[in-house]
Design a protein around this ligand. Structure first.
Ligand SMILES: NC(=O)c1ccc[n+]([C@@H]2O[C@H](COP(=O)([O-])OP(=O)(O)OC[C@H]3O[C@@H](n4cnc5c(N)ncnc54)[C@H](O)[C@@H]3O)[C@@H](O)[C@H]2O)c1
Ligand SMILES: [Zn+2]
Ligand SMILES: [Zn+2]
Length: 375
């Protein structure tokens, strides 16, 4: 049946408020307007950022359809869309690439001015929503919203990928892999023989480990308060695992002691100010590089010892591995198809979309690296 130009009625998970269970509802998805693309989702990961949204830690508007780490097939396109067509395999990307703003035009910039993360409006670029449920407007999540059978996203946030891509797995290429692997191999360029520490061994931290290992790091220290994460982290290349709650000293002091002088590269993949400060203080004071990946709660601040800043250490934030998203992420997918990156260990669970409650329970119990929802 040709659905283009028509409203589609389908199933979606709605968060009606912060800290309330997701509710599976029948929603109406409007056709894409000019510059927009409607996508039939095939898979979506559940990322730590979705958890921050659901817990009300980052400021968003409710009710909303969460989810951003999506893969799917283009169903229809709005006026003027030229880079994708119905039937194309695509990923939804949180940080778009408009190719026109100051970030996109800079050789290193990737935080496109047309993003809707910091701050978030919950609306498409024309200030309206494409979702309704029970007569109510439902907000978008970072202009992605992937916990739904169909979504509408801006063309500038759609990456067209290889026709051969396995659509049940490749959703993690939308966020987890570029963010974690990219932070190590692209944002920071971890050097062979270097020492690294990763705070948080969830989905993103595990992808950082893969990147550090691929770059030839000689020592990779993993820090997590959930020791169930340790066996998988070791299988990916972590050489030493630390549980800060079992230490008699601050975790950063333990890392400095273990390495003699502090690490070459520290990554924060938790999203809390205290682990960001710990990552900073784990670095070699002169040449260490601290990369902040975790998304801290809205209105939180870092407190650093100001005199210590002159010693030479670098602190850097990174979103989606600093990649030019629409240009570079499809290339990562092709590298996966050519067996240059192995993303399979990052997906520990797959469940049908209508079992999203079970998937959230597994996530909240700390059992998964990534659980992928299948449509
Ligand atoms: N910058 C980006 O582009 C980007 C992209 C995706 C996700 N993120 C952020 O990265 C962070 C991690 O996301 P994820 O998907 O890996 O989440 P996750 O829930 O899979 O992993 C988080 C891990 O941190 C651990 N943890 C919690 N408190 C800790 C502490 N005090 N010390 C050490 N470990 C602790 C948890 O046990 C868990 O293993 C989130 O803040 C998320 O918002 C950023
Ligand atoms: Zn994400
Ligand atoms: Zn831009």
């Amino acid at each position: 049946m040709d659905t283009s130009g028509k409203t589609i009625t389908c199933q979606a998970a709605i968060a009606w408020a912060a800290n309330s269970p997701l509710s599976l509802e029948e929603v109406h998805v409007d056709p894409p307007k000019a510059g927009e693309v409607r996508i039939k989702l095939t898979s979506s990961g559940i990322c730590g950022t979705d958890n921050h949204v659901l817990k009300g830690e980052v400021e968003v508007k409710f009710p909303l359809i969460p989810g951003h780490e999506g893969a799917g097939i283009v169903e229809s396109v709005g006026e003027g869309v030229s880079t994708v067509k119905p039937g194309d395999k695509v990923l939804t990307i949180v940080i778009p690439q408009c190719r026109e703003c100051s970030s996109c035009l800079h050789p290193r910039g990737n935080f496109c001015k047309k993003q809707d993360v910091l701050p978030t409006s919950g609306l498409m670029m024309d200030g309206t929503s494409r979702f309704t449920c029970k007569g109510k407007r439902i907000y978008h999540s970072f202009r992605t919203s992937t916990f739904t059978e169909y979504t509408v996203v801006p063309e500038i946030g759609v990456a067209k990928i290889d026709d051969e891509a396995p659509m049940d797995k490749v959703c993690v290429m939308s966020c987890e892999v570029p963010t974690g692997y990219g932070a190590a191999v692209h944002s920071t360029k971890v050097t062979p023989g270097s020492t690294c520490v990763i705070y948080g061994l969830g989905g993103i931290g595990s992808a950082v480990v893969i990147g550090c290992k691929a770059s030839g790091a000689s020592r990779i220290i993993g820090v997590d308060i959930n020791e169930e994460k340790f066996p998988r982290a070791k299988a990916l290349g972590v050489t030493d695992c630390i549980n800060p709650r079992k230490l008699k000293m601050p975790v950063q002091d333990a890392v400095v002691e273990m390495t003699g002088f502090g690490v070459d590269f520290a990554f924060e993949a938790v999203g809390r100010p205290e682990t960001m400060v710990a990552a900073w203080n784990s670095c070699h004071v002169s040449y260490g590089v601290c990369v902040i990946i975790g998304l801290a709660p809205t209105n939180s601040y870092l407190s650093l010892e100001a005199p210590e800043i002159i010693t030479g250490r670098i602190m850097k934030g990174a979103c989606l591995g600093d990649y030019k998203t629409r240009d570079d992420i499809p290339q990562l997918v092709t590298d996966y198809l050519k067996n240059k990156i192995n993303i399979d260990p990052l997906i520990t669970h797959q469940l049908p979309f209508n079992q999203i409650h079970k998937a959230m329970d597994l996530y909240n119990a700390g059992k998964v690296i990534r659980c992928v929802l299948l449509f």
